[in-house]
Design a protein around this ligand. Sequence first.
Ligand code: SAH
Length: 351
Amino acid sequence: MIIHDNDDKIDILSLSKDELFAEITAMGEKRFRAGQIYDWLHKKNVSDFSQMTNLSAQLKDKLREKFCLKSLFIVKRLESKVDNTVKYLYRLSDGNHIESVVMEYNYGNTICVSTQVGCKMGCRFCASTIAGFKRSLLPSEILQQIYIAQKDSGRKISGVVLMGIGEPLDNYDNVVQFLKLLSDPDGFGMSLRHVSLSTCGIVPKIYELAELELGLTLSISLHAPDNESRSAIMPVNDKYSVEELMKACRHYFKKTGRRISFEYALINGHNDTREDAAKLAALLGDFVCHVNIIPVNKIKERNYTSDRKAAQRFAAILGEMGINATVRRTLGADIEAACGQLRREYEGMAD
Ligand code: SAH
């Protein structure tokens, strides 16, 4: 994807391998040079052209003239004392801020990345959306969250979840380009089997994504079992109803064979009764899926509350009704590892 910055330089890290090869050979360089540069960028994850030590000084100058390689600046790093969760607050080259969280599971380290600065979706319980939307992230800016966290933490990142700030399917083209770069065996080489994309339910984009058969796990932020209660907390439901969303999910499963994961943030007094569980079980029916119950994370702008016990009870009721449900593990509780909270605090937007 060819993206020019304000100085008309091409964002080198957002280029596909073919695009990079075309640009470099058009400069009169041999193909193997393009291969070396791609390797520096996506395998060795350098943050500056000067670190490409097997290139001549002259070529590095030519690269600087034509391309930009914008790193992210680590403004804050918070390390949890209760588990090995590390949260990063990054500053982008235009001064905006985003967050990423590295989480340790017994099978490896997974990073939660942001896809936008802020969010347009307006979910009532979500800290990322309160100050509104600034802009979408470039493929390079999504990749850099991973490359830099891996370098800084010294921990190999083996999984990615697109569950940070932003709605990935509202930044569809850049997210797809990011996924292609991330999974390129000549680059970072992550299997998309280890990637989850979470969406609030932008139905037409779910159909588009199904066509790509990328092998990633689709995670749907459902959070309510019917239109009335979903619309009350998620404005996106006014555009795409629960029925349309479920139809798209069934299509996605049929096309890709990948089990879908449904997220359900349990909110006291809103979506937590036995009747809600029964409606949810009826909605999901025989659908091959998994339900993740998350006790809603309290944000200071809202009065939503929940607790682990209630979440466990709700999951058990779903289990009795034949639905495969678990309660999401809480990580980094002491560093407010839920997305959107740190950025808001840092930018002083909370009032
Ligand atoms: N926009 C995407 C991904 C970002 S949010 C989406 O909507 O899926 C990642 C997940 O965290 C979503 O399931 C979202 O609904 C959930 N979430 C946001 N704020 C939350 C909160 N306060 N408590 C619990 N879950 C929350």
